[in-house]
Ligand binder design. Structure first.
Ligand SMILES: *C/C=C(C)/C=C/C=C(C)/C=C/C1=C(C)CCCC1(C)C
Length: 248
């Protein structure tokens, strides 16, 4: 059988070679499952960690809803759902910045640090949107992508070497360890996105297109790794700081 019929929505099919449709579908399920996991585990932790776990669940839940629409959009038009993609990111990436703030609060992190990270993440995403959806012919995407990249590296700098790093060191222990892992997610995991962007937009990097990479597949892999991975790091931190009392 060449076509796998999906009963969701009654009528849609996903062809066996439709990797994009497949990753939207699996991404949707993974985000839903992760949300249930984070929400249901929330109350087994010390009060001070509950907000962090709640935010982990909100990130995957918001993504699950957007994946539902993106999966549908792809199935209907076989086009990249750029609008839903960026609305999803502009809601979830700032929440990931909130996660940094929440875990560093024990060391006295200030709200201004959180707003700084949120501001940079919004600049990164809005400029990326301009390159992907507004100024779509070369050199538009490369120029907007560059500005987006500057904002991205500013975030990397703050968490790896700036104010956030100092707070993590003051906190020490499990918080420092979690902070370090999240820093790697931002440096390596988030770097997946500019690759997807280059695969899907026009520019000097068009030679990459020969590799047959698909922008949406790359973004979908990036989202699964980063949104669920980020949440699990925070989850592990909460476990590490709570087990003392609940271990049997
Ligand atoms: C859950 C969604 C996440 C973590 C999305 C992250 C997105 C990025 C880090 C996007 C970065 C981009 C650049 C650094 C340059 C090119 C344009 C973007 C927006 C793809």
């Amino acid at each position: 059988m060449k076509l796998l019929t999906m009963l969701i929505d009654g009528t849609q099919r996903i062809a066996t070679d439709d990797y994009v449709g497949f990753t939207f579908f699996v991404g949707c399920m993974a985000m839903m499952a992760a949300s249930a996991f984070f929400f249901l585990s929330m109350n087994s932790f010390d009060k001070k960690w509950r907000t962090s776990i709640l935010v982990s669940g909100l990130i995957t839940f918001i993504a699950a809803v957007h994946y539902w629409y993106m999966r549908d959009y792809w199935a209907s038009f076989a086009e990249s759902p750029t609008f839903f993609r960026y609305v999803d990111w502009v809601l979830t990436v700032p929440l990931m910045c909130v996660e940094f703030y929440l875990i560093l609060k024990v060391a006295g992190a200030k709200k201004s640090l959180m707003w700084q990270l949120i501001f940079l993440s919004v600049v990164m995403l809005v400029t990326g949107y301009f390159g992907e959806a507004v100024h779509t012919s070369a050199p538009g995407p490369a120029i907007w992508g560059f500005i987006s990249g500057v904002a991205y590296f500013a975030i990397v700098y703050i968490i790896w070497f700036g104010a956030a790093k100092k707070l993590a060191e003051q906190a020490g222990g499990a918080v420092l360890k979690a902070h370090k892992t999240l820093c790697w997610f931002v440096l390596v995991g988030w770097a997946i996105y500019p690759l997807g962007y280059m695969a899907g937009t026009e520019g000097w990097y068009d030679g990459l297109a020969g590799l047959g990479l698909n922008m949406d597949v790359i973004y979908n892999i990036g989202d699964a790794v980063n949104k669920i991975g980020f949440g699990l790091v925070v989850y592990s931190l909460a476990v590490a700081s709570t087990t003392k009392t609940s271990e049997a």
